[in-house]
Design a protein around this ligand. Structure first.
Ligand SMILES: [Mn+2]
Length: 427
């Protein structure tokens, strides 16, 4: 299944009339606010969000998994699926791989295939949260933090192996998410576990190429339910500081206790030069891994407000932070879900670019919270969808990606190609 330029042209031809009306109205509205819409279209068109290889199949819960058919059966098919997304929205031009689920057998051929779809390889992800067949030591009681040196060494070696694969493909970052922790009081020596982790990460850091970053993720609970070795941004930040300049914190939006002020965390990490990347998703209760922006679009907007307010140059922001989705889809078609997530991220980004920074600064100086709210709401309530549609049309992508996906019956075609039983590797 390929999306061709004639598919796109035909779809866009039908959409153009309604689009032009909406786009003209928005152009007029922004012009009155002295906002240059072309510059915003350029910035929206340059923003790329990496798609994780593990989010292309149906996700599951611990109660079960419902197959959806047509799932990618190999790394090559995963790349093709991300290629489909990128052809539709022009904003999914990177893929983030998970080792060992996506070991490239022939890196040259894999790279060539990705090139064909204009995709690059984003951060590579290690996996020491489950045991693989034939693995010598079990991670049941931890990996990088384990009490036994031989288990820690095995986990370190795995991470170094992941870097090797990433180097072959042109990745520039390693994401470490540590599931280590304890499920019962007294089970683990907190400080010893953190110390072991720090030393293990130090060994991995030594193997990190000079132009790479190490992204350290945190999570307050799950899979361990009493303590996690890296439970919060403070612990990740502490490790990143001790490791060195190329170690940074990765913020997964679902990895906080309810009601945590994530935008404040983002602002502080950015100020300290330690914000390495994002895993976007949305949640109501915990690490729900729902579609980004489906529940809390305002929170997402406030995060981008901090990002843009904390950097002088949007280009630097786009290029120096790893933007990734980390979601799971139990009841939606994953490809539709990913299109919706990317769209929500771009909406939040562009809306945050609309904020009048000078005015915001002035009301802050005047201690005027109502004034601040007026400014934020004015940006947040602006319907920027015509702007994003225009950016896609200018890049020969689909005016409405989800609609075209449905018009072309992509899922049905994928099922025809791959069958109803195919299952993507992952959780
Ligand atoms: Mn994550």
């Amino acid at each position: 299944m390929n999306i061709t330029s004639s598919h796109i042209e035909e779809h866009n031809k039908k959409a153009v009339e309604d689009h032009n009306d909406a786009f003209d109205a928005l152009t007029h509205q922004l012009h009155k606010q002295n906002i240059d819409i072309d510059s915003l279209i350029g910035q929206a068109g340059a923003f790329q969000v990496a798609i994780p290889s593990w989010a292309l199949g149906a996700g599951g819960t611990r109660f079960g998994r419902f197959a959806m058919g047509g799932e990618p059966r190999s790394l090559e098919e995963k790349i093709k699926d991300v290629g489909l997304l990128h052809a539709l929205n022009h904003s999914s031009g990177a893929i983030s791989l998970h080792i060992p689920w996506d070991i490239p057998k022939d890196s040259g051929a894999v790279k060539e295939l990705a090139d064909k779809y204009n995709l690059v390889f984003d951060a590579v992800n290690s996996n020491t949260f489950q045991d693989q067949k034939g693995q010598k030591h079990s991670y049941k009681f931890g990996s990088l933090s384990h009490t036994k040196q031989e288990v820690r060494e095995q986990a370190i070696e795995h991470n170094i192996e992941v870097i090797r694969y990433g180097k072959e493909l042109g990745s520039k970052a390693l994401t470490v998410w540590l599931a280590d922790g304890s499920s019962f009081p007294g089970q683990q020596n907190f400080s010893k576990a953190l110390q072991n982790t720090r030393e293990s990460l130090g060994s991995i850091y030594k193997a990190l190429p000079q132009d790479w970053q190490m992204l350290i993720e945190y999570k307050p609970y799950e899979p361990n339910f009493y303590s996690m070795v890296i439970p919060d941004w403070g612990t990740s930040f502490l490790l990143a500081n001790k490791l060195g300049e190329r170690a940074k914190t990765l913020v997964d939006l679902g990895h906080h206790l309810p009601n945590t002020n994530i935008e404040q965390i983002v602002a502080i990490l950015l100020m300290e030069g330690k914000l390495g990347g994002f895993h976007f998703n949305d949640s109501k209760y915990g690490d729900d891994d729902l579609t980004t922006g489906s529940l809390k679009p305002y929170q997402l907007f406030l995060i981008f407000n901090e990002l843009i307010g904390g950097t002088s140059n949007p280009e630097q922001l786009r290029n120096h932070i790893a933007w990734m989705i980390d979601a799971s889809h139990n009841v939606k078609d994953p490809l539709e879900d990913l299109l919706q997530s990317v769209e929500a991220i771009l909406q939040a980004y562009v809306k945050a670019l609309l904020i009048d920074r000078d005015k915001l600064q002035a009301v802050r100086e005047d201690n005027d919270p109502a004034g601040a709210q007026e400014i934020l709401q004015s940006a947040f309530q602006t319907d920027v969808r015509p702007l994003l549609t225009e950016a896609r049309i200018r890049h020969q992508a689909a005016a409405n990606p989800v609609q075209l996906y449905r018009e072309l019956n992509v899922r049905k075609q994928l099922i025809n190609e791959r069958g109803t039983e195919s299952m993507a590797t992952g959780l």
